[in-house]
Design a protein around this ligand. Structure first.
Ligand code: MRU
Length: 329
């Protein structure tokens, strides 16, 4: 199956409903800004780059519906707070609007940029990995989080075409299980070797020498190289550092936020308790138990071996090296 996460059809936005995967392939169709907002907030679509592309098409649909486009921009920007790609895409659409450029062309350009960016990131990662084949990833930074290749998964897809076969370990990624449900699903669809582990198994398999590198995606990179990504990424980075395993972060330039000085200032989304207290409609905890559910955490830059963007590989010191390349992006 060719995985198509999003497409515009008859001025409606057709999105693969990721809440139903891997058991059901179905689509959610958005005809207006409210439905686009719902799709982002409720994670019909998710993953920083795909959230950006969805918002771009959402702005276009809203414009066609005769809405006040400035109000739509403010409205959609509130759908999810952590992934900076959301406001990045909205700002690009607003710029096109103010410059009286074609909004559909701009949305399509954002979509195409995602494809090209991910392909470039994949090639840089293949170079960086060299002979390493056993890779751990966390959450889903794959095709399902983007429109093609994924970011963290891009080397696996490009590598396959080049005859390089990676062995991927996918952290289950509680509470939403993006690793178990999404990363495992999409890699299996492409016959890429994937093994699911629960989140608490990562240290064990690293201690056994089974992992040669960690690759994750990210939702926002601060100017000092601190990275916001799915909750649990911080744990993985600490364990990887303990075992001297390189930790690479795949980051499109659209995810680098030079306006934010350090990770502490990145807004962290807090999601509803039911994601933690129940699974598949079944309650797993005592009634009224207290719950914390931050959806992301911050990995400090000193746990990160390299940040890989479409423009190349960025090494520490990140404050200096990110500034040189991304001050204006
Ligand atoms: O809550 P999600 O599923 O949107 O979180 C996704 C992640 O944390 C991804 O790792 C990140 O967005 C990068 S996707 C290329």
């Amino acid at each position: 199956m060719d995985i198509i996460t999003i497409r515009l059809s008859d001025n409606k936005l057709v999105m693969l409903d990721q809440r139903k995967l891997p058991l059901e392939i179905s689509y959610y169709i958005a005809k207006n800004k409210e439905e686009v907002f719902y799709a982002i907030k409720e994670m019909v679509v998710r993953g920083a780059p795909l959230i950006g592309v969805t918002a771009a098409y959402g702005m276009y649909i809203s414009y066609l519906n005769g809405d006040n486009i400035e109000k739509t921009a403010d409205y959609l920007a509130k759908a999810r707070p952590t992934a900076v790609n959301l406001t990045w895409a909205i700002e690009k659409m607003m710029k096109a609007y103010y410059e009286e450029r074609d909004l559909l062309e701009q949305a399509k350009a954002i979509h195409q940029e995602d494809v090209d960016t991910n392909y470039a990131i994949g090639n840089h990662l293949i170079t960086l990995l060299g002979k390493k084949r056993n890779i751990l990833t966390h959450c889903n930074a794959g095709i399902l989080a983007t429109t093609k290749y994924g970011t963290a998964t891009s080397p696996f897809y490009i590598g396959k075409d080049l005859g390089i076969n990676y062995k991927v370990y996918a952290d289950e990624t509680r509470p939403r299980l993006q690793g178990a449900s999404l990363t495992a699903f999409e890699l299996m669809e492409s016959n890429i070797d994937v093994t699911v582990i629960t989140d608490n198994m990562a240290a064990h398999i690293m201690s056994k020498g089974m992992i040669e590198a960690v690759i994750t995606g990210c939702d926002r990179v601060a100017a000092n190289g601190d990275v916001a990504n799915k909750i649990g990424t911080l744990n993985v980075s600490i364990i990887a550092k303990f075992y001297n395993i390189p930790m690479y972060v795949a980051a499109p330039s659209s995810t680098i936020d030079m306006s934010i000085e350090c990770g502490e200032l990145i807004p962290i989304e807090e999601r509803e308790p039911w994601e933690v207290t129940s699974r598949f409609g079944k309650q797993m905890t005592p009634d009224d138990v207290k719950v914390l559910n931050p959806a992301f955490d911050i990995t400090p830059s000193n746990n990160i071996t390299a940040i890989v963007t479409e423009k190349g590989i960025v090494y520490p010191p990140y404050i200096k090296n990110l500034k040189e390349k991304y001050e204006k992006s």
